[in-house]
Design a protein around this ligand. Structure first.
Ligand code: ADP
Length: 542
């Protein structure tokens, strides 16, 4: 039709060129050993050009997949842009998966080249004999290294030898693939998610909105969430788009490392899963660090316990921003910001809202659907499966013939069970497969866990379903006491604490104490392992 707007492709080249033109002096810093590697966006741009030349010289063409097996570093960021901006596909590999899964994923994606961090060489070397599609390994090392991978080259040497002239960046249609990531596959094989340029650019716009994460040029952003976990929630892309200062922790993810980085680098936005921030919280309870630079800590990947949100706010003055998303969603779906009329609410009610997963961000549409396929009302009570649609949500899994079960009338079925309140805030009640189905009613294990983790003597808690002769399933609480209370915490204390906080029939039938809650490759509670361990647990008669 006449009189319409330009057909301007939303691609990552646009973000890269913008950053190069506007922010050449901004810094990108990475923790390397006990020191920091620092350079500017101008240096970054120069190296991104060189990396694109290098990939050409290795025969990496349009649409070819290039794997990265790496921590959060400036080199990984270079790969984040050089690969998609030259028309190939950035495939971030989750270094924490089982070897079998990594082999499956690399073969399924048919990666042609893999960029690997020196410290991760031993992991990859064990698998190399089973990766027929990989034609070349590029080792990202700070000095000399040794490897059995063949053929291999040094990243730094390749960059030094590459032409220094500007790369002729192609014009990339916005619906071309830019990146891919496999879900960790709690059941069955991992499934591939292919992100388009358009999806990532629109997601970046949304992430930078003030009512979302709200990144700005004034921010110093530290993605603690791995760059192999849903593109570190898109932060490397959106931070580059708006020219934030960026800080990458490398492999240094212990609470003390993070506390030092926040203090020394004056981080304003630090993003990670709840387990990371729980660990930091317990350090900050004991030792003083200045974390006053923090403006917001986006937390997602699993439920942020209300006690943690409250603790950070009241004791440390730091604001946690609860968000929900999925690998299949580039990944952000909802963010929990208070609406203006809630600012005058009592503190207790405000925290209740902030502990929910929030409202759909602009660009995402959501609904809850019950067992019969009917949409649930927004009453904050009735549970249903969360379904979503939007320009950064997958249409199908990559080369996966059985994708259709994950979709319903053009909506993606998330597998999460939610309630939606009248203000539109969703609360993740559970994952469908984790719910305790007790006598036909559902008990939210997430809710129970969050309550238990509010107990002052508890470090972590996971609740699982255990089979029960009468009720079909009943909850079992697996609790990790804080080190000071090891052997000084009883199951009865936990149950007593819960009695005033949850419905009577929700009370766990038993409490067991464990050393630690097993974690998945991306730091979530691995209830599969606990279910297996306690599958024959005999519940006491209640
Ligand atoms: P995986 O499926 O490998 O765990 P994802 O990181 O994509 O990988 O997981 C997405 C899932 O994580 C969601 O479907 C949901 O169950 C859970 N999740 C993400 N954010 C939250 C949150 N804020 N609260 C509760 N659960 C969450």
């Amino acid at each position: 039709m006449d009189g319409l707007m330009m057909d301007f492709p939303l691609n990552l080249n646009y973000i890269l060129q913008r950053a190069h033109k506007l922010f050449p002096r901004k810094e990108i810093a990475t923790k390397v050993g006990s020191a920091m590697h620092r350079y500017t966006y101008a240096d970054f741009y120069e190296r991104v050009n060189r990396l694109a030349h290098v990939l050409d010289s290795l025969g990496v063409g349009p649409g070819d997949r290039v794997g990265t097996f790496a921590w959060n570093t400036y080199r990984h960021l270079e790969a984040y842009f050089a690969i998609p901006c030259k028309g190939s596909v950035l495939h971030t590999l989750n270094i924490r998966l089982f070897p079998e899964q990594i082999v499956y994923i690399i073969n399924h994606a048919a990666d042609k080249v893999i960029l690997v961090d020196q410290t991760l060489l031993p992991l990859l070397e064990k698998l190399a004999g089973r990766l027929p599609t990989v034609k070349h390994y590029i080792v990202m090392a700070d000095g000399a290294y040794q490897t059995t991978l063949t053929p291999h080259s040094s990243y730094e040497q390749l960059l030094r030898d590459a032409p220094s002239g500007r790369y002729a960046w192609p014009e990339i249609p916005e619906n071309q693939a830019a990146a891919m990531c496999y879900t960790s596959g709690t059941t069955g094989n991992p499934k591939g998610v292919l992100y388009s340029h358009r999806a990532i650019v629109l997601h970046s716009f949304s992430e930078c909105m003030a009512d979302s994460v709200g990144l700005t040029e004034r921010d110093t952003v530290m993605p603690v969430v791995p760059m192999f976990h849903a593109n570190a929630w898109g932060l490397p892309f959106s931070a580059t788009m708006v020219g934030s200062r960026q800080v990458y922790p490398g492999p240094h993810l212990q609470p003390r490392d993070l506390a030092e980085l926040i203090q020394e680098e004056k981080i304003t936005v630090a993003a990670g899963v709840p387990t990371i921030w729980l660990g930091l919280y317990h350090l900050l309870e004991r030792e003083r660090y200045d974390i006053s630079s923090l403006r917001v800590m986006p937390v997602g990947g699993s439920a942020a316990p209300r006690s943690m949100i409250e603790g950070y706010q009241k004791k440390l003055g730091a604001t946690i921003l609860h968000a929900w998303g999925m690998t299949e969603m580039t990944p952000i779906g909802t963010v929990s910001q208070l609406k203006s009329h809630m600012l005058s609410w009592p503190e207790d009610e405000q925290f209740a809202i902030r502990a929910k997963q929030g409202v759909m961000v602009p660009g995402v549409e959501l609904r809850g659907v019950d067992n019969e396929g009917k949409e649930i009302p927004w009453d904050g009570q009735i549970m249903g499966e969360l379904q979503v649609r939007g320009p950064w949500i997958i249409r199908e899994y990559y080369h996966e013939p059985n994708s259709s079960a994950s979709f319903m009338d053009g909506w993606f079925r998330t597998g999460d069970v939610v309630t939606i309140d009248p203000e539109g805030y969703i609360q993740i009640v559970d994952r469908t497969k984790d719910l305790v189905k007790s006598g036909g009613e559902w008990i939210s294990t997430v809710d129970l866990e969050n309550q238990i983790m509010g107990h002052p003597k508890v470090l972590e808690a996971a609740v699982i379903a255990v089979s029960h002769p009468k009720w079909q399933e009943r909850p079992l609480a697996c609790v990790v006491p804080k080190p000071d209370f090891k052997d000084h915490l009883t199951g009865e204390e936990i149950l007593e604490y819960l009695r005033s906080r949850v419905a009577r029939w929700w009370l766990p039938d038993d409490v067991v104490f464990i050393e630690s809650v097993p974690k998945t490759s991306v730091g979530k509670f691995d209830k599969k392992v606990l279910r297996e361990r306690f599958k024959n647990h005999i519940l006491p008669d209640m």
